[in-house]
Design a protein around this ligand. Sequence first.
Ligand code: NDP
Length: 259
Amino acid sequence: MSANVVAEEKEACQAKITNKVAIVTGSGRGIGRAIAEALLAQGARVVISDINEETCNNTAQELKDLGGGTLSCVCNVTQSESVEAMVAKVMEKWGQIDILVNNAGITRDNLYMKMTEQEWQAVIDTNLTSAFKVTKPVLKVMSKQRSGRIINIASTTGVHGNFGQVNYAAAKAGLIGFTKTVALEYASRTITANVVAPGFIDTDMTRALGEEIINKFKEKIPLKRMGTPADIAAAVLFFAGAGSYVTGQVLEVNGGLYT
Ligand code: NDP
C-alpha cells in the first residue's frame, strides 16, 4: 500500500470520528481512560463516565482540551437511575450519542466451590447487567439518528474460561451473546455492535495479582509482554471509525494467547 493510500485511510477514519459524541463507561482510569484519550485524539467529544467521582472529574479535567472536549458524568452502571441521568446530561449538552463503549468492569476472583453468591452477583451486575442498562437508553437515541457504534469490552476469559473466574467468564461470555444479538436487531438502523476481548493488560486490575503471577502469564504470552491500554484503544478505534461493515464480531487483543 502506498504512503498516500495509508494517509488517505487514516484521514477517512479520523473524519468518521471527528466531532462524534462518545460515552466510555469506567473511563476514570485504566483501559477506559486510554479509550477516551484515543477517541479524543481523533477529534471526538467524549463523556468521561465513572462510579468514582474523583477520578471521573480529574480525568475529564485533564483531557478537556483534547479533541472536541470532555463531559464528566459520575455514573454507576449498575443503577438504572444513574444511567438515565447520564444519558439525559449528555443529550442536554451535546444532543447526540454516536459511540458507546461499555467498558466498566470488576473482578471478584475465587475458585468456584469457594465463590460466594455476593462475588457472583457483583460481577454479573457490573460486567453484564450494566450493558443491558446502559445500552437501552443509548440505542433509543441511536435508533432515531439511524446510526451508531456500540463496542463492548469483554475478555478472553469470556471466550476460553479461566481458573478462579467462573463469575467473570460467565459475565463476559454473556456480554458476547448480548452484543451479537444487538448487532442483529439494530443492523437495519445502521448501528453496529462489536466486542473487544482483551487478554492480559497492564492496569490496576492485573497489577493487583502481584509480580509472580504477572511474570508467569508473560511467559505464556507468545508476544512475551502484557498488553497496554493503548493496544485495546486501537481495536476500539477500528470499530468506532473505519469498521462500518463489521458487526457482531469479537476481536481478541491478547498477544497471541488463545487459552
Ligand atoms: P480498572 O479496574 O483499572 O478500571 C475499571 C474502571 O471502572 C474504574 O475506574 C472503576 O472505578 C470503574 N467502575 C467499576 N465499577 C463501576 C460501576 N459500577 N460503574 C461505573 N464505573 C465502574 O479495570 P481495567 O481498565 O483493567 O478494565 C477495563 C475493562 O476491561 C473491564 O471491563 C475489564 O473487565 C476488561 N478487561 C481487562 C483486562 C485486564 O487485563 N486489565 C483483561 C480483560 C478485560 P473505581 O476506580 O471506583 O474502581
